[in-house]
Design a protein around this ligand. Structure first.
Ligand SMILES: *Cc1c(COP(=O)(O)O)cnc(C)c1O
Length: 395
């Protein structure tokens, strides 16, 4: 017996649920890539991306996923042998650092912990010890999608300033842009990157980079530049150069619609929606955790992301069965634990095009699965989530 007919719901942190309007926006012929309409579409997207990153700097669009945007950042500002400090809070900053290492940079990891966010005072202390300024760049994620840690980018930016260190501040906002506040210029970020398929509700395949003045200056002497990623090439007079070739026309149609929807909702409203739905998830997880099997991966409540929640399980519980039940019996796909948390956690994504029924439906299915599989938990997680939302969203 199963109750999974109907649209399968992705509760995974990317690709996320795409609005029908976004899907439909792609259902049309391609544009002449030399037309005025095409130029206007690109211009509108590039300026709206800078608005999302909250920077006066320019943005770039790559036909790539997040890994490609990582490489775009590295190749445009760094040289072989440059030292990069990676701030660990899970898996993704390390992944970015691995790419830098493979490209010839020297990488030092500021050891963190999968159960907590980056500590700004530890960053400051490490930078103060770097007296000859051998560290050229600092890599950190705003939200680590594996651990669900939320890093206080503003505080880390202040720590870098307090240390008086000139390293470039590079931030990955793949799992947070368009979901949680981001203020590139105000927070002292030199270069930021993101992707299309998470908070931005669009198909996978577009990577974004926003560039501040100091990153632009570093670009002038960067040794790792290659033609496809190169900002200077993309700044050339022809529209064709903006994509180093043919524009990804349909992905751009989709992104245009998604950004229109975001701005129509109003970014502040979008951020509030994410915060409310995230807190509803946390209320449910807190109740389930009283059964002694589950716990929040991120110990400190203030360091939990509003876009994804990683739930740890005690040893000896079959999370594979939980995933299978949710997917096969109910049509909900949960995120699996990755990296250190493989087979030891599940993740619920709440980023992008998500509303109360999608979220409450997902929580309902998880609670149903816990009961059906006889995994110890306290009942009433969904009721707690509903109670919280009812209080927070007054009539
Ligand atoms: C998903 C993700 C990436 C990688 O993006 P891909 O599109 O899968 O290459 C990088 N950083 C963070 C924080 C992510 O969540």
């Amino acid at each position: 017996m199963a109750v999974s007919a109907g649209r399968e719901f992705l509760a995974i942190p990317g690709p996320t649920n795409m609005p029908d309007e976004v899907l439909q926006a792609m259902h049309r012929p391609a544009l002449d890539i030399y037309s005025r309409q095409m130029v206007e579409l690109s211009d509108s997207l590039l300026s709206d991306l800078s608005r999302l990153f909250a920077t006066k700097g320019k943005s770039y669009i790559y036909i790539a996923n997040g890994h490609g945007a990582w490489e775009a950042v590295i190749s445009n500002v760094l040289s072989r042998g440059d030292k990069v400090l990676v701030l660990e809070s899970g898996r993704f900053a390390l992944g970015w650092g691995n790419a830098a290492q493979a490209m010839g940079c020297e990488v030092e990891v500021l050891k963190g912990d999968w159960r907590r966010a980056v500590r700004p005072d530890e960053v400051e202390e490490r930078l103060r010890r770097d007296k000859d300024h051998s560290i050229k760049a600092i890599m950190v994620v705003q939200v680590d999608t594996a651990s669900s840690a939320y890093n206080d980018i503003e505080a880390i930016g202040r720590a870098i300033k307090a240390a008086g260190h000139p390293a470039l501040f590079m931030v990955d906002a793949v799992a947070s842009l368009g979901c949680m506040p981001f203020a590139m210029d105000k927070w002292g970020i030199d270069v930021a990157m993101s992707g299309s398929q998470k908070g931005l509700m669009s198909p996978p395949g577009l990577g974004f980079v926003a560039v501040g003045d100091r990153a632009r200056a570093a670009h002038q002497t960067a040794g790792l530049r290659t033609p496809y990623w190169d900002w200077t090439q993309r700044d050339g007079p022809e529209h064709y150069q903006k994509y180093a070739g043919t524009a990804p026309v349909h992905l751009l149609f989709a992104l245009r619609k998604a950004l229109d929807m975001l701005f129509e909702e109003g970014l502040d409203n979008t951020f509030t929606r994410h915060r409310l739905l995230a807190e509803a998830v946390r209320r449910a997880v807190a109740v389930w955790s009283e059964g002694q099997v589950f716990s929040f991966n991120i110990a400190d409540a203030a360091e939990r992301a509003d876009t994804v929640t990683t739930v740890r399980a005690a040893e000896g519980h079959d999370l594979f069965a939980l995933h299978r039940y949710c997917k096969d019996k109910c049509g909900v796909v949960l995120g699996v634990g990755i990296g250190e948390l493989q087979n030891r956690a599940f993740r619920i994504a709440h980023m992008g095009h998500v509303n109360a029924p999608m979220l409450l439906g997902t929580l309902g299915v998880v609670e149903m699965a816990l009961a059906a599989l006889d995994i110890p938990h306290r009942k009433g997680g969904v009721a707690a989530a509903i109670g919280y939302l009812a209080e927070s969203v007054p009539a």
